[in-house]
Each structure stands twice: as structure tokens, then as C-alpha cells.
Design a protein around this ligand. Structure first.
Ligand SMILES: *[C@@H]1O[C@H](CO)[C@@H](O)[C@H](O)[C@H]1NC(C)=O
Ligand SMILES: *[C@@H]1O[C@H](CO)[C@@H](O)[C@H](O)[C@H]1NC(C)=O
Ligand SMILES: *[C@@H]1O[C@H](CO)[C@@H](O)[C@H](O)[C@H]1NC(C)=O
Ligand SMILES: *[C@@H]1O[C@H](CO)[C@@H](O)[C@H](O)[C@H]1NC(C)=O
Ligand SMILES: *[C@@H]1O[C@H](CO)[C@@H](O)[C@H](O)[C@H]1NC(C)=O
Ligand SMILES: *[C@@H]1O[C@H](CO)[C@@H](O)[C@H](O)[C@H]1NC(C)=O
Ligand SMILES: *[C@@H]1O[C@H](CO)[C@@H](O)[C@H](O)[C@H]1NC(C)=O
Ligand SMILES: *[C@@H]1O[C@H](CO)[C@@H](O)[C@H](O)[C@H]1NC(C)=O
Ligand SMILES: *[C@@H]1O[C@H](CO)[C@@H](O)[C@H](O)[C@H]1NC(C)=O
Length: 888
């Protein structure tokens, strides 16, 4: 027998013996004797790549070509996303965000036994994780974040004992978390949030001594928080929000040196542990919307490092007067919707970094302390629905950062201070349901950013100041239930309520028409005419002086820093014709719009006015000029040049093309594709134009918007959130093709504006969660899309209709027939189109769900609209309630 044959026989016998040995212990048999060559590995991976769709589109994966000969390992050097060890075996496979579409069923787990890092995140993989993942015994980093993987997480994952980082977030995994996860002794991060997991948190997680981050939020986990988590001595972040957890918060956990503890939106109960900050380091404690019911104790004083405290929507009671004030780092506090009592003290004024303070709907008494005015960074103050008395302190003028002020539903009295006009950044103001009296100060109109103003249900007298017509951003005005009289000022606001006053008049259905006499000095808010004239001419002279000074300044300044920052797309026809000097573009726009003369203005959008500019070449563009920033500073485009380039390169048939952006100390503007028919909002408001917008056109508009949003949310990485989807931002060309305007711009322009993230957007389209969290996600756009879709089929903004969707009462929307809600200016849709209208309504209702995670993704909305399969009856008499109960 030749020696080689002998060797083979020998190894066969050894193998046989091993098999017998293994099997007698009933251990799984491993045929691990195959030697894997680098080429075999490359070939297996190549085969998997070929099973995918989408990857080919990425030039980088086209580098994955099979080595020329079977002893070659050229792939180690030439393949994108691969690196090999000295033995030329693949150790790193990094192909995130490559639009890979397909499954892991053919992934060569058994070949890639040397893999240490596997990153397939942000792709479009679906199907389950195969049990063969256990073959990756050397893996330390596994990242499958943001795919469409489903099924159970295989228990074999527990065999990856070298694992240090495990990220399975944002997939569709269901079933329980396998107890075998407790075998991952070296793991420091476990992130499986945003899936569909059920069942309890496995007690075995308590074994993971190296765990620093555990994030299981946004699942449907039930049962209680295991005490064993108290063994995780390295844990710094524990995030379990949005689950179905019950029972108390174990004392053991608050002793850990946690920095962040997030428990909101569960059914947790019992008292908050006395020593909430046992570890002394806690920075973020978030337990909103649970059933915690004990007192807020003075133990809270130990939480010296706290920066965010969110406890709204519990049953906490106790006196807060002496609990707060010792938390210098506090940035955000929300104690709303509890049963707290006591008084607000001046000691709050020590919280210099506070940006948001909410204690609405409690039992707080006493006056509003003037010391609150010292909170220079406060952007949102909501102390509504308490039992506060006394006047609104004049010191509130010092709230220079204030964006949202809500004092409604108290017993405040006295005048409306004219100092309100000093809150130059104010966007929403709600003083309703108090006992405020006297005149409405005209200075309120100085709050030029105000879009929501509610003064209803007070005892205000006199007339509404004429200055209100200057508040161009106002979308909602409510002065109902006061003692007001005289003419109502003109306003473009979408929602106006002037009901139940003494004697208001105006060109509005609910009011009588004004007589000449109304225009005279009946309104007690007007000065006698003579004084007005004198003041007027004095004012005129002054303003002339100012204008001269301003012109001098602007010109002088322009000379000094005449540099215009311009970033445009060079390879576009429009700008190729110029010699590509930023100043040229800038000046051409200024000249053709005659210095942004009103006669060229074609609309007023969220953050600027839009002008039509006919360039010297004959081409027509739309120019959106931004409102100047409040700090008077120039937007520094250079820091956003990457984003702006990305935006100018964005090409999608349903997204308005951005040609360029100019920023200068005097004017800053965007240059856009011009769409002839203007905004959808404008069309829907106009009787004739709305009638020409037939059902087919309307359905197409909705489909186009869905496609654009889906593309931006899912087609690019990172996803781009619009933040301001409204009918004003949907533009139509001459063929009624719809395009979404302003994609990505809100983010670019807002990035630097303040440390406070204000939800940009239009009143009436904002997702409800923006009221309690600053977390802006794609689901905020999904909500706005739902409003828009209803608006398109109803013919006007659905308004209050949305808030009645959730209620099951007989007066709610549930019993309304869908057909009765449709735009009456059109003939009712025929059977074929009705089917599509019903589908749109069904999807819109799903998009309007209160919980962001219950809303569908834009991807699935757009799929449903395009595939158009409808399982429910398309009867004319379908009710809204029936549609609401349909799952999407
Ligand atoms: C392709 O790879 C290069 C570097 O190798 C990288 O700069 C580029 O961003 C990659 N492209 C994509 C689409 O990932
Ligand atoms: C690979 O194999 C070919 C013949 O199949 C041989 O000519 C070549 O030298 C080998 N290369 C290496 C690096 O072993
Ligand atoms: C890979 O895993 C599967 C399933 O666990 C197992 O049957 C197979 O023997 C393993 N292969 C290797 C090479 O480890
Ligand atoms: C855990 O990590 C340590 C240190 O890096 C290492 O020595 C040990 O082998 C690892 N344990 C496992 C099961 O991989
Ligand atoms: C896990 O923790 C132990 C003890 O703290 C430490 O020796 C080991 O290196 C850690 N492992 C890793 C992978 O960090
Ligand atoms: C979660 O709780 C809600 C209400 O408490 C219940 O309707 C739902 O069925 C629960 N889900 C699971 C998966 O237990
Ligand atoms: C307040 O915020 C500023 C800027 O973020 C920070 O530098 C400062 O340390 C903070 N003050 C306190 C007391 O935390
Ligand atoms: C509010 O507080 C007052 C006294 O501070 C108390 O009499 C009243 O019962 C409280 N009301 C509620 C609803 O807690
Ligand atoms: C009243 O409003 C209607 C429609 O908005 C307009 O046509 C009419 O000219 C207005 N009348 C006055 C007196 O402003």
C-alpha cells in the first residue's frame, strides 16, 4: 500500500472513531476536516453575491470577480469590503449600505469560519438568519442593523462566544430572545431594538458581565425587568422603552453606575426607587407613560448629573416645591400628567441649561416665579392645566430663547404683558382658558415667527390689533370666547376662530360684515387720529433715516465682504452657460427679480418666499429666499457643502431639482426647477383649479409623493427626512406631475441654528410625538403624508377630523361614510377609481396612528399604492371605522 493511501485510511479511521465518540455522547457531528482554501472561500462568497439583486448596481461590488486561477487569492486585495489574514482567509466582511437585496440562505457561513467582523447593515436583506451562523466561531462583531430580516433569532447565536458587539436592530425579528444569548460572555453591546420580539427578557442576560449597552426598546417584550440585570456591573445604558413590561423597577438596577435608563411606554408600576441615582452618575432617566405611582422624593436631589428627566404620564404624587433646583446640568424635564402639587420656586432659576420644562396637568399652585425668567436657554415652557394664579410676570421678556410658551388652563389674571413682543423667536403661544383681561398688545405682532396663537377663553377687550396682518407665518389664530370687538385683521391663517366675542366683524362667514364706522376709532386699541398722524410722520422721517443708514451699511458691508458663497451643480445645463462665478449667479438672480420685488413673488413657504426668475438666457427658475436668521448671521454653507452637493445631485422624478444655493450676508436663497402650476395647496384652494384636479390626477399625486418619500427614506443612506411635508411643499408641473420640494434643506439650514432641536414643519401636519420627544424619525414624515393624502381626497385639510379618528365614540369619525368625506367639488369617483380612493384612505389612516411604530414605512405605503391590491370591499358605503380596523 502506498503511504498516501495508508494515510488516508488512517485519517478515515480516526474520523470514524471521532464520529462514534461524538455520537455516543449525542453531540452533533461536525465534518470539519475539509480544508477550506482562500479560493473556495472567494468562490462561495461570489456565488452568494450572484444570488443578490441590487448589489450589482454598486460599482464597488463589481470588484468582486472570481480570481483567475484556483491557487490565487487576489480577492484579498481587490475585493471591496474584504480583508484577509496572513493565511489569506477572509476576516473582515464590511458591506453596509450597498442596497444588497436577497437572503442569507446562500451565505457561505461554513466557508467563512475565520470571519471576525461581519457588517451587512443598512441593506435590504430579508428571510431568516440561518442556524449555520454558528460556524462563525471567531466572530467578534456582528452587525445586521436595518434590514428586513425576520423569523426568530436562532438560538445558535449563543455559540458565537467571541462576540463583543451584537446589533440586530431595525429588522422584523419575532418570537423570544433566545436564552442562549446568556452564553455570549464577552459581549459588551446587545442592540436588538425596533423588532417584533415577544416574551420575557431572558434572565440569562444577567450573565453578561461585560455588557455596557443593552437596548431592547421598541419590541413587544412582556413580563418584568429581571433582578439579574443588577449583576451587569459594567452596564451604562439600559434602554427598554416601548415594550409591554410590567412590575416594578428593581432597586438593584438603580445601584448600577448607569448613565442612561430609558423605560418609557411600558406598564411598569410601583414606586420609583428612593435612591434613583444610587450609582450617582445617571444623566438620562426616561420613564414616561407607565404606571409609576409613588411620591417624587427628595432622594431625587442626589441625581446631580441628571440632564434629562422625563416622567410624564404616570401617577406620581407628592410636593415638588423642594425637590428640584439642585440639578445644574438639567436640560430637559417633563413631569406633565401626574398628580404633583406644590409651588414653583425661584430656585428653578439655577438650572441655567434648561431648554424644556413641562409640568402640565398637575396640581401646581401659587404664582409663576419671576426667577424663571433667568432661564436664558429655555425654549419650551409648558405649565398649562394647573392652578397657577396671579399675573404673567413681566420678566418673561428675558426668555430670549423661547419657542413654545403654554400657560393655558390656569387662573392667571391681569393684562397680557406687552413684553411678549420681546420673545422674538416664539413660534407657539397658548394663553387660553385663563382670566386674562385688558387689550391685546399690538407688540405681539413683533413675534414674527409665531404660527400658533391661542388667546381664547379669557376676558380680553378692545379690538384685535391691526399689526396682526403683518404676522405672515400665522397658521392658526384663536381669539374665541373673549369680549373683543371691531374688524378682524386680514390673515392667511389656515385655521381662524373668532367666535363668541362682543362684536367682531369681517369678511368671514361667522361674522357680520364691517361697516365704515367699524374702521373708525371704535376699537379702543387705536390711538386718536391726530396723534397717529403726528406719530406717523415722525415715524416716517425716522424710517427714512433708518433706510438711508441701512442702505449705506448694506453697500459698505457688501464691499467689505463681497464674497458670495455659491455652490451649484456645474454639470447642469442651466449653469454651464455662465462662466461659473458665484457672483454672477447671485447678481443675475437679484437683477431679474428686481431685488426680490413682490411682483415676482409666487408663494410663501415654510422658511422663505418663492420668486419666479426669468434669466437672461430665457430659462425660468424658482428662487426661494430664506428669511434672515434671527441671530443675523450668515449661514455658513461651507460647513454643509457635502450635504448640499448631495442634494444638488439628487435626481428623482418626484423631487424638485435643486440647481444651487447662494448665501450672502444680505440674501440667501435656493435656486430650483420651476414648476408651472405651483403648489398643491394653492390648487386645492382655488375652486376652478381644484375641479380640474380630477380623481386620477389626485391619486397620481399621492403616489408620486409616496414614491419620493420612499426613495428618500429607504433608497439612500443615511435616510433623509423631509420634516415639512405639507400641501405647500408639493409642486405640480403643467402635466400635473407632482414633485416634493425642499428635501433635506430643513436639516441643512437648521443644523447650526441653536442647540435646541425645534420640529420644523407646518402646523396641522406635525406628528403628535414631536410634542413629547425631539426624536425626529422617518415616521414623522409618514404622519405628515397621511394628513396630505387625506387633504388631497377631501379637498381641504382634514383638521379636527384626525383627532376624532382615535375615538370609538358614536360622534367620532368611525361611523362617517368615506364617500361623505370626499371633495364635493368633483363628481363622486366611479367604481374603478373608488377602489383606489379607498386604498388611499386606508393607508392614510394607518399613517396617522399615534404610535410612530404602528405607522407603516413609506416603502410599504408606496408598494401598496403601486401594486394596488385591495382585499376589502370597495363599497361606496364603507365607513371610516371599517377602514381604520384594516391592517396595513
Ligand atoms: C466605494 O469605495 C470607495 C473607496 O474604496 C469609497 O470611497 C466609496 O464611498 C464607495 N462607494 C460606495 C457606494 O460605497
Ligand atoms: C498557480 O497555478 C499555476 C498552474 O495552475 C501555476 O503556474 C502558478 O505558478 C501557481 N501560482 C502560485 C502562486 O502558486
Ligand atoms: C456549520 O454549522 C452547521 C449547523 O450548525 C453544521 O451542521 C456544520 O457542520 C457547520 N460546519 C462547519 C464547517 O463548522
Ligand atoms: C473573552 O475575551 C477575553 C479577552 O479578550 C479572551 O481572553 C477570552 O478568550 C474571550 N472568551 C471567549 C469565550 O471568547
Ligand atoms: C470582559 O471582562 C473581563 C473582566 O472585566 C475582562 O478581563 C475581559 O477582557 C473583558 N472582555 C472583553 C472582550 O472586553
Ligand atoms: C401588549 O400590551 C397591549 C396592551 O396592554 C396588548 O393589547 C397587547 O396584546 C400586548 N402585546 C403583546 C405581544 O403581549
Ligand atoms: C451647560 O451647557 C454648556 C454647553 O453645553 C456646558 O459647557 C456647561 O458645562 C453646562 N453647564 C452645566 C452646569 O452643566
Ligand atoms: C390639589 O391640591 C389641593 C391642595 O393643595 C388639594 O386640596 C386637592 O385635592 C388637589 N387636587 C387633586 C386633583 O389632586
Ligand atoms: C370677501 O372674500 C371673498 C372671498 O374670499 C372675496 O371675493 C371678496 O372680495 C371679499 N370682500 C371684501 C369686501 O373684502
Amino acid at each position: 500500500m502506498a503511504p498516501s493511501h495508508f494515510n488516508k485510511l488512517l485519517s478515515f479511521l480516526v474520523l470514524l472513531k471521532l464520529l462514534v465518540l461524538f455520537c455516543s455522547f449525542q453531540v452533533k457531528c461536525y465534518a470539519s476536516t475539509i480544508t477550506i482554501t482562500p479560493f473556495a472561500e472567494a468562490k462561495a462568497l461570489f456565488k452568494w453575491k450572484n444570488s443578490l439583486h441590487g448589489g450589482e448596481a454598486h460599482s464597488n461590488l463589481s470588484s468582486w470577480v472570481l480570481p483567475s486561477s484556483s491557487n490565487s487569492s487576489s480577492h484579498c486585495n481587490t475585493w471591496y469590503g474584504i480583508s484577509c489574514n496572513k493565511m489569506e482567509r477572509i476576516v473582515d466582511l464590511n458591506v453596509p449600505s450597498m442596497s444588497l437585496t436577497g437572503t442569507l440562505q446562500n451565505f457561505p457561513f461554513s466557508f467563512l469560519g475565520k470571519l471576525v467582523v461581519l457588517d451587512l447593515s443598512c441593506n435590504l436583506l430579508h428571510g431568516t438568519i440561518p442556524v449555520q451562523i454558528a460556524n462563525l466561531s471567531q466572530l467578534t462583531y456582528l452587525n445586521l442593523f436595518d434590514n428586513y430580516l425576520s423569523g426568530q433569532i436562532p438560538s445558535e447565536i449563543g455559540q458565537l462566544t467571541s462576540l463583543q458587539i451584537l446589533r440586530l436592530t431595525n429588522n422584523n425579528f419575532n418570537g423570544c430572545i433566545p436564552v442562549e444569548i446568556g452564553n455570549l460572555v464577552n459581549v459588551s453591546e446587545v442592540a436588538i431594538f425596533d423588532n417584533l420580539l415577544t416574551g420575557p427578557i431572558p434572565v440569562s442576560i444577567g450573565n453578561l458581565k461585560n455588557l455596557t449597552i443593552l437596548n431592547l426598546s421598541q419590541n413587544q417584550l412582556s413580563g418584568s425587568i429581571p433582578l439579574e440585570l443588577g449583576n451587569l456591573k459594567s452596564l451604562t445604558t439600559l434602554s427598554l422603552f416601548h415594550n409591554n413590561l410590567t412590575g416594578p423597577l428593581p432597586q438593584e438596577i438603580t445601584k448600577l453606575k448607569l448613565l442612561q435608563l430609558s423605560l418609557s411606554y411600558n406598564n411598569l408600576s410601583g414606586c420609583l426607587p428612593k435612591l434613583l441615582c444610587g450609582g450617582g452618575l445617571l444623566q438620562i432617566f426616561d420613564a414616561a407613560s407607565n404606571n409609576f405611582n409613588g411620591p417624587i422624593t427628595e432622594g431625587m436631589k442626589n441625581c446631580k448629573n441628571l440632564s434629562r428627566l422625563i416622567l410624564d404620564g404616570n401617577k406620581l404624587h407628592g410636593n415638588i416645591s423642594n425637590v428640584f433646583g439642585t440639578h445644574p446640568k438639567l436640560n430637559f424635564i417633563d413631569l406633565s400628567n401626574n398628580k404633583l402639587y406644590g409651588e414653583l420656586q425661584n430656585n428653578w432659576s439655577g438650572l441655567q441649561n434648561l431648554t424644556e420644562f413641562g409640568i402640565s396637568n398637575n396640581n401646581i399652585t401659587g404664582r409663576i416665579p419671576s426667577g424663571l425668567g433667568g432661564l436664558k436657554k429655555l425654549g419650551n415652557l409648558d405649565i398649562s392645566m394647573n392652578k397657577l394664579i396671579g399675573e404673567i410676570p413681566r420678566e418673561l421678556r428675558r426668555f430670549t430663547s423661547m419657542l413654545k410658551l403654554n400657560l393655558s388652563g390656569n387662573y392667571l389674571d391681569g393684562d397680557l404683558p406687552k413684553e411678549l413682543g420681546r420673545l422674538s423667536g416664539l413660534e407657539t403661544l397658548d394663553l387660553s382658558s385663563n382670566n386674562l383681561s385688558g387689550l391685546i398688545p399690538k407688540e405681539i405682532a413683533d413675534c414674527s415667527k409665531l404660527w400658533y396663537l391661542n388667546l381664547s377663553r379669557n376676558m380680553l377687550t378692545g379690538s384685535i390689533p391691526d399689526s396682526f396682518k403683518d404676522m405672515t407665518r400665522l397658521s392658526s389664530i384663536d381669539v374665541s370666547y373673549n369680549e373683543l370687538e371691531g374688524p378682524v385683521p386680514e390673515s392667511n391663517a389656515l385655521s381662524k376662530n373668532f367666535e363668541h366675542n362682543k362684536d367682531l366683524c369681517g369678511n368671514i362667514t361667522s361674522l357680520r360684515h364691517c361697516e365704515i364706522s367699524d374702521m373708525d376709532d371704535i376699537g379702543t386699541n387705536r390711538r386718536p387720529k391726530i396723534v397717529k398722524i403726528v406719530l406717523g410722520s415722525l415715524g416716517g422721517a425716522l424710517s427714512l433715516l433708518f433706510a438711508i443708514l441701512a442702505i449705506y451699511f448694506v453697500c459698505y458691508k457688501k464691499k467689505k465682504d463681497a464674497e458670495v458663497q455659491t455652490i451649484e451643480l456645474i454639470n447642469d445645463d442651466l449653469f454651464r452657460i455662465w462662466d461659473f462665478d458665484g457672483n454672477n449667479v447671485y447678481e443675475e438672480i437679484i437683477v431679474t427679480t428686481e431685488g426680490f420685488n413682490d411682483k415676482h413673488c409666487i408663494g410663501v413657504g415654510g422658511f422663505g418666499s418663492v420668486y419666479k426668475a426669468v434669466l437672461s438666457t430665457g430659462q425660468v427658475v424658482a428662487v426661494k429666499k430664506f428669511h434672515p436668521r434671527e441671530d443675523g448671521e450668515q449661514i455658513d454653507l461651507r460647513s454643509f457643502s457635502a450635504e448640499i452637493h448631495a442634494l444638488t445631485e439628487l435626481r428623482h422624478r418626484n423631487i424638485v431639482k435643486l440647481y444651487g444655493i447662494c448665501s450672502h450676508a444680505r440674501y440667501s436663497f435656493l435656486i430650483y426647477e420651476y414648476l408651472e402650476r405651483g403648489s398643491l395647496a394653492k390648487l386645492l384652494r382655488n375652486l376652478e383649479e381644484a375641479a380640474s384636479l380630477d380623481w386620477i390626477k389626485r391619486i397620481n399625486i399621492i403616489k408620486s409623493v409616496a414614491t419620493a418619500l420612499s426613495h428618500m427614506h429607504h433608497g439612500c443612506s443615511p435616510p433623509l427626512i423631509h420634516r415639512d411635508i405639507s400641501s405647500k411643499n408639493i409642486l405640480l408641473n403643467s402635466e400635473y406631475n407632482a414633485c416634493v420640494a425642499d428635501f433635506g434643506i430643513t436639516r441643512v439650514l437648521d443644523l447650526n441654528s441653536s442647540n435646541w432641536t425645534t420640529p420644523a414643519g407646518t402646523y396641522g401636519y406635525l406628528a403628535p410625538e414631536l410634542a413629547y420627544t425631539m426624536r425626529l424619525t422617518e415616521k414623522c414624515d409618514v404622519y405628515s403624508f397621511g394628513v396630505l393624502a387625506l387633504e388631497v381626497i377631501m379637498g381641504n385639510h382634514p383638521g379636527e377630523f384626525i383627532s376624532t379618528l382615535g375615538t370609538s365614540s358614536s360622534s367620532g369619525a368611525a361611523n362617517v361614510l368615506l364617500i361623505d368625506t370626499l371633495d364635493k367639488r368633483l363628481e363622486p369617483p366611479n367604481v374603478e377609481i373608488l377602489k383606489e380612493v379607498v386604498l388611499v384612505a386606508k393607508l392614510a389612516f394607518a399613517c396617522l396612528k399615534t404610535r410612530p411604530e404602528s405607522r407603516p414605512t413609506m416603502d410599504s405605503v408606496s408598494q401598496e399604492l403601486l401594486t394596488d391590491r385591495l382585499s376589502i370591499g370597495e363599497s361606496v358605503h364603507i365607513t371610516v371605522g371599517k377602514l381604520l380596523s384594516e391592517d396595513v
